[in-house]
Write a protein that binds this ligand. Sequence first.
Ligand SMILES: Nc1ncnc2c1ncn2[C@@H]1O[C@H](COP(=O)(O)OP(=O)(O)OP(=O)(O)O)[C@@H](O)[C@H]1O
Ligand SMILES: [Mg+2]
Length: 292
Amino acid sequence: MSTFNPEELDLEQLPMLGRGVWGSVLDLGDGTVLKLGKRSGGIGDGHEKFRHEAMVLDRLAQVTSPIGPLLPVVVEWDVLNQAIQFEGEPHTIWMRQTKLAGRLATIDQVLGMRGTERRALAASVAESLAGLYGAFERAGIAADLRSSGGVADFQLGDIRLEAMDRERLEKFRRIAALLDPADDHPIHGDFNISNILLDNGGKVVGVVDFAETRLGRLEEDLCSITSEIPALRQDYVERVEAASGRRVNRQALEIFEIGSDMISMILARYRFAEHSSAGRLEAEIDRRLGGV
Ligand SMILES: Nc1ncnc2c1ncn2[C@@H]1O[C@H](COP(=O)(O)OP(=O)(O)OP(=O)(O)O)[C@@H](O)[C@H]1O
Ligand SMILES: [Mg+2]
């Protein structure tokens, strides 16, 4: 029986490692982190996301080298009958995971890197993705995952689009429907730079955030990084092909990048009222939709 009870902690005093739409990650100082989750945040159900991540990490924990040490291990998790207030919001689920070493790199830091440094980063990130795919296979996790339904099928939940954005989305869906189908396989689902921990030499030493792990295609994972940091695209794509033995469909990648911008734009505009960032993304989407 666990004696851990987050309600007894002075949560506001713990160092914060990250804050996302579904909750916050705090450093418990004993080699573990506490993820505190909200039921509502982005699109979907926060409890489902936590449960799903725990299932995926438990499966992966059975697989060790070479990717094993890069992944968090779930220590325990629970759903709360009584919400904990943290930073003024009700949190109703928590998970303790082992704390991974390493630090995050921001997009600006990656953009500021010298060419050799950036290429080394692309290679290390590519190797960790290929290693993760090997681990998914060895864990036989495909049977536990649901399909993403493809790039054009992202869920909007309760978001009601204005006419201009409905048209944009429809245009995007028409283009995406022309894509060659691919064999789906387990993907990380949110393999962006904020979910990758690096050592001081820029080598990947940790991968977190398995809440979106699902069946999908390789380009879906690649676009998480390439849409945010186009400067990494070429090296990253080549390195992923070499490390995974899979072919990257460049056209599919381009369409997934537009899809990724589309989701960010919709969230910025309709969920977070970040209008200047929505405007920038909108201009980029229109430019690219005109070009494909
Ligand atoms: N096990 C861990 N060890 C070290 N740091 C972690 C760990 N888990 C999370 N973090 C840190 O906390 C941040 C947020 O964690 P995570 O990505 O799991 O949640 P999130 O981004 O809030 O989730 P979502 O993307 O689903 O909203 C990460 O970017 C990372 O810096
Ligand atoms: Mg994250």
